[in-house]
Write a protein that binds this ligand. Structure first.
Ligand SMILES: Cc1ncc(COP(=O)(O)O)c(C=O)c1O
Length: 502
């Protein structure tokens, strides 16, 4: 049976279900498969022509033991997860006219119109499936830079086994993104708008880590997370690389060509790129993966200077990737260092102590292979949105634009392979940026989306809090909710909650 281990190497191997329901490993590391499965050329050739759902079933089956989820169950979870997507292809590819062999993978056709829907549609359904089977409940806490929160809230809404606590940096996301969380009336969705976060979403992650470190609190409230610390997110995102690859690695007659391709990925936490890097390790013929950053450049520094370092937050038009700590890089590095958990742990400790790790040259050489990186300036992002729109009436969101800025800038190094740029959000989530980029007040139809308009007509429900009080306020709100919904019913009397007496 394929087991899962921690990147810090200090916890026993667990099965797939435990890795998914726990989120973090017990030693604070991230779960990864004990051995990476492989994908052969023959498999790829057989998978040519499969639908997204059929392909997802094949790829996920490499990671999930049949004794944990049966074939019928996995197919059912996938079918339910992607039913609300608005395109039959789930993640269609759009060929650009203004560049040769360049395809935009539109990952934003789910209910909250960002690529987070692609991972979370499946993961939340999977978690709920396990919980229903075990007759358990979980409290999920997620931090968001604007897209994970809406997708988590949407897929958790009304699910009887789940409470979703969704934290966002109030001033740093768009009103459209905020409404996607606050306009849900369901009693199990708890948005928290947090003001004055100096490091944006990364601050919220730190508070979540503190709650996780409190064992009693964690166990009593049954905490877990579906942020991309959860292996299920990374695993599900491997599918879109294989799907995109098979869509374009074919000749005019639809025959499999086995060619290499390049993929450009707008990145922050490295969750999406980690999926691409691991699926390439497994055998998918990707020549270059591009870590496309904005000015926050956390990955560009790692790939170009070997430096994993914390710098002050800069606000950019691609706000969802205003991220300072690419936590999923550790998963990739774990495999690139021969699964050396104690080394990963030592680097994590050094980063926690000093805010910086400088990787040795031999380590850099290993992880840099097949990677290019670039940091887009704000001007380049806006110009690219405008240029592509003027050239071919195709409207990119600011994050999709960052991926294209990077691939344009690196075109010399990339060579002649076909290229996929991932577009991770719909432009309707970022109307101010689109107006600024197109220098117009007349909004193109492509910059609107019905779901965004619908949300404007609904009332909002949210808890407000300053970052300085977040941990206290969150604990109090979670405890009160827990007591209200479980205390008397489960225990038959008022229960003493962790921390509630002090
Ligand atoms: C629109 C969008 N693009 C890209 C990213 C970056 O993804 P990752 O954190 O997996 O690198 C995010 C979120 O983090 C996002 O919301």
């Amino acid at each position: 049976m394929l087991k899962y281990v921690s990147t810090r190497g200090d916890t026993p191997a667990v099965d797939f279900e435990t890795a998914i329901l726990d989120g973090f490993a017990g030693d604070g590391g991230l779960y990864v498969p004990q051995t990476l499965p492989t994908i052969s050329q023959q498999q790829l050739s057989q998978w040519q022509g499969l639908s997204y759902l059929e392909l997802a079933f094949e790829v996920l089956s490499l990671f999930i033991d049949r004794s944990i989820i049966s074939e019928t169950e996995l197919k059912g979870i996938l079918k339910d997860a992607y039913a609300p997507f608005e395109k039959q292809e789930i993640i269609p590819l759009h060929k650009l006219k203004s560049r040769s062999d360049t395809y935009i993978m539109e990952l934003f056709h789910g209910p909250t119109i960002s690529f987070k829907d692609v991972g979370l549609a499946f993961l939340v359904n999977l978690v709920n499936f396990f919980l229903a089977r075990n007759n358990q409940r979980l409290s999920l806490i997620v931090a968001t830079t604007g897209d994970t929160g809406p997708a988590t809230a949407h897929f958790c809404a009304g699910k009887s086994q789940l409470d979703a606590w969704v934290l966002y940096p109030k001033e740093l996301i768009t009103k459209e993104q905020e409404r996607q969380m606050t306009s849900l009336a369901h009693a199990n969705i708890h948005p928290f708008a947090v003001s004055n976060c100096p490091k944006g979403g990364d601050d919220l992650d730190a508070v979540i880590a503190n709650l996780y470190a409190d064992d009693e609190f964690k166990k009593t409230l049954k905490l877990s997370s579906v942020n991309s610390i959860n292996w299920g997110r990374v695993m599900m995102q491997t599918v879109h690389y294989v799907y995109g690859y098979l869509q374009i690695a074919q000749d005019n007659d639809g025959n499999y060509t086995a060619e290499q391709i390049n993929v450009s990925v707008p990145s922050g936490g490295f969750g999406n790129l980690c999926a691409g890097a691991l699926v390439r390790e497994m055998g998918l013929p990707i020549k270059y993966l591009i870590a496309a950053n904005n000015k926050n450049a956390c990955l560009d520094r790692i790939f170009s200077q070997g430096e994993f370092s914390l710098k002050p937050l800069q606000n950019t038009p691609s706000s969802a990737i205003d991220i300072l700590i690419p936590i999923n890089f550790w998963r990739y590095l774990y495999f690139k260092t021969g699964q050396n958990g104690s080394q990963i742990k030592a680097w994590n400790e050094a980063f926690a102590d000093t805010g910086k790790v400088q990787f040795p040259a031999d380590v850099q050489a290993k992880y840099q292979q097949g990677f290019l990186s670039y940091s887009s300036t704000n001007e380049q992002t806006l110009e690219t949105i405008n240029n592509v729109y003027q050239q071919e009436q195709y409207l990119l969101d600011p994050h999709g634009a960052v991926s294209l800025v990077a691939s344009d800038a690196l075109s010399q190094q990339l060579g002649s392979q076909k290229l996929i740029c991932l577009a991770t959000a719909h432009p309707a989530k970022f109307p101010k940026v689109i107006k600024q980029a197109l220098q117009t007040d007349t909004f193109p139809q492509a910059a609107t989306h019905q779901s965004v308009e619908d949300a404007k007509r609904l009332s909002e429900k949210v808890r407000l809090c300053d970052f300085s009080n977040l941990e206290y306020a969150l604990r109090a709100a979670m405890q009160t909710h827990w007591q209200h919904s479980h205390g008397k019913n489960l225990q038959g009397k008022d229960s003493q909650l962790p921390g509630s007496s002090s």
